[in-house]
Ligand binder design. Sequence first.
Ligand SMILES: O=c1[nH]c(=O)c2[nH]c(=O)[nH]c2[nH]1
Length: 281
Amino acid sequence: MSIKLGKNTYGKNAVNLSKIIRHPDYHEFRQISVNVILEGDFETAHTIGDNSKLLPTDTQKNTVYALAKEHFVSSIEAFGLYLANYFASNNPQVSQVRIELTEHSWTRMRFNGTIHPHAYCSGGNEKHTATIVQNKNGIEVTTGITDLLILKTTDSGFERYIKDQYTTLKETSDRIFATQCEVSWVYNSSKILFVELFNGIRTTLLQTFADHHSLSVQHTLYAMGEAVLNKFAVVNEISLKMPNKHHILFNLEQFGMDNKNDVFIATDEPFGYITGTIVRE
Ligand SMILES: O=c1[nH]c(=O)c2[nH]c(=O)[nH]c2[nH]1
């Protein structure tokens, strides 16, 4: 029985980078984290310790900072495409470059309607993500959002589900719907307006969540994905992960009080976890 190396990758993870883009009248601040993941002809590095085909991960990290100076000026997608192409075209031993980018949200401070030129507040946990994969088949760009914490106080219910001997859940036509959504979508082109598309798709997701008459998390997950595919021809596929962050009606009857659907226990665990991918047929 012979033994051989199976799938393998290497690269630098969590290359954390911040950048000030100095405009004449204000400073733009960006903070990102980049993972570089290479696949290729690295068998002898593993089997006989021959490092001659290895671009050190330390050099990969330095390359991210060096290329950020000139090439991280607009979207993380555009920067990721530049990085992927740089590593692919300068390293014949590499068969696939995968660049994963996460952008942290910072929002400029506002006082009496005036935006401060160089002071920022955290924009919360929500992050914009992008993954670029470049190989012999071409280039694929996937964009997404993580930690998108959203909630609505009504227009959500859960009824007419299976009931068996262990069912205790009460049907409701009016409940809180809260989720920490993770969404990602695949573009069918890499020559598109990434910033405008991101903003448009994010708004479409939020608007659909807000306006949808939700009969379940599954129902709204599908509606959100469907709305994006209907509106954006450059998106072929969208995946959503929607943990159900339960807000359970608290029993006030034990104190002789009515709970008119206004006092809840917010529970972290266990939580319902609903995921789905919506594609074009
Ligand atoms: O929207 C929901 N989907 C479910 O599958 C489910 N299961 C459950 O207990 N509550 C809910 N809510």
